[in-house]
Design a protein around this ligand. Structure first.
Ligand code: NAX
Length: 286
């Protein structure tokens, strides 16, 4: 029997986690590797979280070797191998962007300190909660004893949106697309780049034309989250959980040979980006 690894999830009573957790216990991240779950929530959501934990137990997954609910980050992250930081404070009525940044800076500095104190030294941390790039930077800066490359932020949903929209335009399945890139920030300033992308091995721009790419595609990817909210009445949940699993699975197991994905990582100065910024690049993992 393999020794269980420990996975921690913050914001575990929220919408994205409600999709993510059930996919984890189905083996979509680690295959047949067993694991324990440390679920983190704010104190006022602990009862709801206990309900989620009951449902996880009721799945009788052979992979799940224990689930615990916490409101203390250090307890949730103790000996963690893999951490999904999904929880964040959403923008409330009358809240300015600056207020949101300040509240989340407090949350992610506390969580960074807790990771520094309690997680495994080779922990892999994925920040999903917005503003994801900034939150990852803050968590990393508060974890000086952990390698900076242990902290990443999620732009995989933007990457998948780019692939999905291109595939739809070409009338091909998403599996026909390779080498799309999302540069920058998980926000409307991101830059979805098809200049290296291929469709069935052909340059994507030859298939769709530069006009569509520049005049429709870029804005469509940048605005896709808002468009989902407009049509569905709620923000992206299933696609966000799917992207979180894809990001972490590639990080743990490697990207397919000769292919890259998009991940926001600590810049080493490549492509003229200020060192230390958490920025989305094309990333290959071997
Ligand atoms: P929900 O509001 O459903 O869930 C968030 C949960 O986090 C809540 O249960 C809340 O109690 C909890 N929480 C808040 N502060 C916490 C703290 N200090 N410690 C632990 N838990 C805390 O939001 P959901 O739809 O699940 O979205 C979660 C986050 O993902 C949001 O910040 C959202 O903006 C962000 N997203 C990021 C995406 C990305 O591509 N990077 C895409 C999807 C999503 O919009």
């Amino acid at each position: 029997m393999k020794t269980p690894v420990h996975i921690a999830v913050s914001g575990a009573a929220g919408q994205i986690s409600y999709s993510l957790l059930f996919r984890l216990i189905g083996g979509e991240l680690l295959g047949d590797q067993p694991f324990t779950l440390g679920l983190l929530e704010v104190p006022q959501s602990i009862e709801a979280l206990e309900g989620v934990a009951m449902e996880l137990t009721d799945c009788a997954s052979p992979l799940l070797h224990g689930v615990a609910c916490h409101s203390d980050p250090e307890a949730a992250f103790a000996d963690a191998d893999v951490v999904f930081l999904v929880g964040a404070r959403p923008r409330g009525p009358g809240m300015e962007r600056q207020d949101l940044l300040e509240v989340n800076a407090g949350i992610f500095s506390a969580q960074g300190k807790a990771l520094n104190a309690a997680a495994k030294r080779n922990v892999k941390v994925l920040v999903v909660g917005n503003p994801a790039n900034t939150n990852a930077l803050i968590a990393r800066c508060n974890a000086p004893d952990l390698p900076p490359e242990n902290f990443t932020a999620m732009t995989r949903l933007d990457h998948n949106r780019a692939v999905g929209l291109l595939a739809e335009r070409c009338g091909r399945p998403a599996g026909a697309i390779r080498q799309a890139i999302v540069w920058g920030n998980h926000s409307t300033t991101q830059y979805p780049d098809l200049s290296h992308a291929t469709v069935d091995g052909r340059p994507a721009l030859d298939c769709v034309g530069r006009d569509w790419y520049e005049q429709e595609f870029i804005a469509a990817v940048q605005q896709r989250g808002a468009e989902v909210i407009r049509v569905r009445g709620k923000s992206s949940v299933g696609s966000a959980a799917n992207a979180a699993i894809g990001h972490m699975r590639d990080w743990l197991s490697g990207t397919p040979a000769g292919e890259w994905t998009s991940m926001a990582v600590s810049s080493d100065g490549s492509y003229g980006i200020e060192p230390g910024l958490v920025y989305s690049y094309p990333v290959e993992i071997h």
